[in-house]
Design a protein around this ligand. Structure first.
Ligand code: S3P
Length: 179
């Protein structure tokens, strides 16, 4: 039976947080397919609103401006009902983002080891924060710094290591049924 018809909280958004390369976008697409819901990808919304790529926003205006645009996009997305919201890895850094998203739905944080993240992210150059000489060290450092933010802001933490996006989406679906 489709999830959206099974509980009184059916209009809640499903929010995916987690570090870069933990699979948020692919899991969001799987969930949308399984549940028949719309996906809102915050990075895509930021790019649409700014009329430029994330890489260009960082290069032209810097990270602080990107974080402002991210907060605008998070606020807009939190107005939605019944959507799957895929966030950027740094959305948990601002309390106001987390508060808006939490008020709008249930938060699943996707996790993976630094090695898995490196494998999944090394193929493309679209993540400005990982364009450094030693990306594994950078990933490890950022995971350590951000760990508490991910933990504290989510309702469920899901390890994605060695799992396909479909398997992760099924795990989330299972939690929605009992939650
Ligand atoms: C960022 C993650 C990226 C993107 C930006 C900053 C971060 O999104 O928002 O490059 O600070 O972790 P993904 O997590 O979708 O890669």
């Amino acid at each position: 039976m489709p999830i959206q018809n099974t509980s009184p909280g059916s209009e809640r958004n499903i929010v995916l947080t987690g570090f870069m390369g933990t699979g948020k976008s692919s899991v969001a697409r799987e969930l949308a397919h399984m549940l028949g819901r719309e996906v809102i990808d915050l990075d895509t919304e930021i790019e649409k609103n700014a009329g430029m790529s994330i890489t260009s926003i960082f290069a032209t205006f810097g990270e602080p401006r990107f974080r402002e645009l991210e907060t605008d996009a998070a606020r807009q997305a939190a107005q939605k009902r019944g959507a799957i919201i895929s966030t950027g890895g740094g959305v948990v850094l601002r309390r106001e983002n987390v508060e808006a998203l939490k008020a709008s739905g249930i938060i699943f944080c996707l996790a993976a080891s630094p090695e898995t993240i490196l494998k999944r992210t090394s193929a493309n150059r679209e993540r400005p924060l990982l364009q450094v000489p030693d990306p594994l060290a950078k990933i490890t450092e950022m995971l350590n710094a951000r760990g508490p933010c991910y933990m504290e802001s989510c309702d469920y933490m899901i390890d994605t290591g060695g799992k396909t996006p479909k398997e992760v989406a099924q795990e989330i679906q299972g939690k929605l049924k009992i939650g």
